[in-house]
Design a protein around this ligand. Structure first.
Ligand SMILES: Cc1cc2nc3c(=O)[nH]c(=O)nc-3n(C[C@H](O)[C@H](O)[C@H](O)COP(=O)(O)O)c2cc1C
Length: 272
């Protein structure tokens, strides 16, 4: 892109950014994101009678009959290209508003919910379909065992009764393990990329489902004591833990006014 065109584009983006920010705020306020929305969804909401987006407005104003709606396939229609709108499109909206939550409430998704979300993210791009990743569920006392393993790995001696509280920062931790297979066509780094992709997709899926998540790791993650606790094979790599819990109510209330500006996309793009 020429310098002149780039400048023009950036000026246009600044204006577009303001509009987008306002729309993102309004979107958060309408309660359409997360399990708190599930609760709202059980009751008739303002959005049932007043469409909140252009897309909804055009859908509700169409003369579609109940019979034709019932015969529609379930899920979005990918047979037509959609406009790129990071507020109206729920996928782009979830991606662009995702953020890590470091202080989590005690509620967690149950194992059935986790299975459902992992089912969804198993669509991750995966060369030769080797499925080189897995998650390990860590709840309850297993978090203390992780604290002990981290202490052993870091040579930390504690007074009697003291424990490593780091793994207790959430009620549920999911350890992400990269499990590369021997394959002449798929080098190990590609399989690590797939495993990381599964982690990022799961973070996003949890966020979209209304849960708070923070991916944590550290220098001790692949030390022998920690690897032993997770019963890793020699070839496997521990990629850290997703700390999962509820988004605290106070934080949730602040979300509408704390939209984080996204970085300028120019910095991520170049040509050969
Ligand atoms: C593999 C991986 C490991 C991470 N480990 C840590 C960590 O140990 N401690 C930490 O504060 N953040 C860690 N982060 C970063 C946070 O998860 C988070 O992305 C960061 O705080 C920025 O917040 P955001 O996700 O809202 O942009 C890690 C991220 C990744 C992808």
């Amino acid at each position: 892109m020429s310098k002149k065109a780039g400048k023009k584009r950036r000026q246009k983006d600044v204006g577009a950014c303001d509009v987008t920010r306002d729309r993102v705020r309004a979107h958060f306020l309408d309660g359409q994101t997360g399990p708190w929305a599930r609760k709202l969804g059980a009751e008739p909401s303002a959005t049932d009678s007043a469409p909140s987006t252009d897309a909804e407005a055009s859908a509700s104003s169409s003369s579609e009959t109940a019979a034709s709606a019932a015969s529609r396939p379930v899920g979005p229609d990918y047979s037509v290209p959609s406009s790129i709108d990071i507020v109206a499109d729920p996928v782009l909206h979830a991606i662009s508003t995702r953020r890590s939550i470091s202080k989590l409430g005690p509620e967690t998704p149950n194992d059935a919910d986790l299975r459902e979300l992992i089912h969804a993210v198993s669509s991750v791009a995966d060369h030769k379909g080797l499925k080189p990743w897995r998650f390990i569920i860590i709840r309850g006392h297993d978090r203390n065992r992780l604290g002990e393993a981290l202490d052993e790995a870091g040579n930390v001696q504690r007074k009697t009764g003291e424990i490593n509280e780091k793994p207790l920062r959430a009620e549920l931790l999911l350890a992400l393990v990269a499990s590369p297979q021997d394959n002449p066509k798929v080098p190990e780094w590609e399989q690590h990329a797939t495993a990381a992709g599964a982690g990022h997709l799961l973070e996003l899926a949890l966020w979209q489902a209304g849960w708070g998540v923070m991916w944590r790791s550290g220098n001790l993650t692949n030390e022998p004591a920690v690897r032993r606790l997770h019963r890793l094979k020699e070839s496997e790599l521990l990629m850290g833990w997703l700390y999962i819990g509820a988004v605290p109510e106070r934080y949730r209330q602040r979300l509408p006014n704390s939209t984080r500006p996204l970085p300028d996309p120019e910095q991520f793009l170049d040509t050969l």
